[in-house]
Ligand binder design. Structure first.
Ligand code: FES
Length: 319
């Protein structure tokens, strides 16, 4: 992970939909911000020390500001609530340079973007990139209601408004997303991208698979995952540090290492962001993250320390 951060200022703050804070962040000296590719996110370093990841929701060709959408979730671990409370227009804050774990294939013959709720944010950046490149795509945005949904005005005003389809749970059945109709039939090789709540993602991914879209053309980004640290205890050898520690059931490797003075840098603590990635030298991980691909998990040479466990009695880590 890059530790490089940028100091930015909140240029504009809006509250949209139900509990969505839309922020435009600009550099403090007016200079252009670093370029980013659609699908990228930044680490937002909140004033009280919390670090959270948010997708960039503006056009990648817009370098004067980054747009973020932050859903206030009182049940979360405090990041979104702190952002809503602390980030006012004029507040200076640090962000990481953009990183992209959700890249967009610009050579796809056709692209279908599926955003559920706040998961629409990376889809907006992707729509800008695809529209700029003259590509064939459509964006489907699903939400509980029109009133609850953010970015409706951005989407209506964007250069790709005619390719945006809105679907709301409380409106007429005819406007609901019919993924079979979108993905079925003879058509060029389609790439599908989805981001949103877990239930929405499971449905979208399951439908895409059922309709014959191969895994390699289904792209997904989770913004929240439940962490399950249940399971038998195991031993971790921190080879570089020369320490061995027991990881009991219900405890994470990060917590166990902290107990012997080994500090692991974490951010999401949910197996989503990749910050706590570590090389496995020996042993078999029990992968519980949503960051590594299935192929990377099968290699068993990396592990996310905030959430994953071990299938073997012992893991030797390069830490
Ligand atoms: S801290 Fe984000 S994956 Fe572990």
């Amino acid at each position: 992970m890059s530790e490089e951060t940028l100091k930015v200022v909140v240029r504009r703050r809006q509250e949209q939909g139900h509990g969505v804070l839309v922020l435009d962040l600009a550099s403090t000296d007016g200079a252009e911000l670093p370029a980013f590719a659609a699908g990228a996110h930044v680490d937002l370093h909140l004033p009280d020390g919390l670090v959270r990841q948010y997708s960039l929701a503006g056009s990648p060709s817009e370098r004067r500001s980054y747009r973020l959408g932050i859903l206030k979730d009182p049940a979360s671990r405090g990041g979104s609530v702190a952002a809503h409370a602390q980030l006012q227009e004029g507040t200076e804050v640090h962000i990481g340079v953009p990183r992209n774990h959700f890249p967009l294939a610009m050579d796809a013959a056709r692209t279908v973007l599926l955003g559920g709720g706040i998961g629409v944010t990376p889809m907006i950046a992707m729509a800008f990139a695809l529209a700029d490149a003259g590509k064939d795509f459509e964006l489907h945005y699903c939400g509980r209601s029109r009133a609850a949904s953010a970015f409706i005005d951005d989407l209506a005003a964007g250069p790709f408004a005619d390719r945006v389809h809105l679907h709301f749970d409380d409106e007429a059945p005819a406007q609901r997303l019919d993924l079979a109709a979108v993905l079925a039939g003879p058509q060029p090789a389609t790439h599908v991208y989805t981001c949103g709540p877990g239930g929405f993602m499971d449905w979208a991914i399951g439908e895409a698979k059922r309709l014959g879209i191969p895994d390699a053309r289904i792209h997904k980004e989770y913004f929240q995952a439940s962490v399950d640290t249940a399971g038998a205890g195991f031993e971790v050898v921190a080879k570089r540090s020369g320490k061995t520690v027991r990881v009991d059931a219900g405890k994470s490797i990060v917590d166990a290492l902290a107990g012997v003075g080994i500090k692991v840098t974490v951010s999401c603590e949910q197996g989503v962001c990749g910050t706590c990635l570590c090389t496995v030298l020996e042993g078999e991980p029990d992968h519980r993250d949503v960051f590594l691909t299935d192929e990377e998990k099968a290699d068993n040479d990396q592990i996310l320390l905030c959430c994953s466990r071990a299938k073997s009695e012992r893991l030797v880590l390069d830490i």
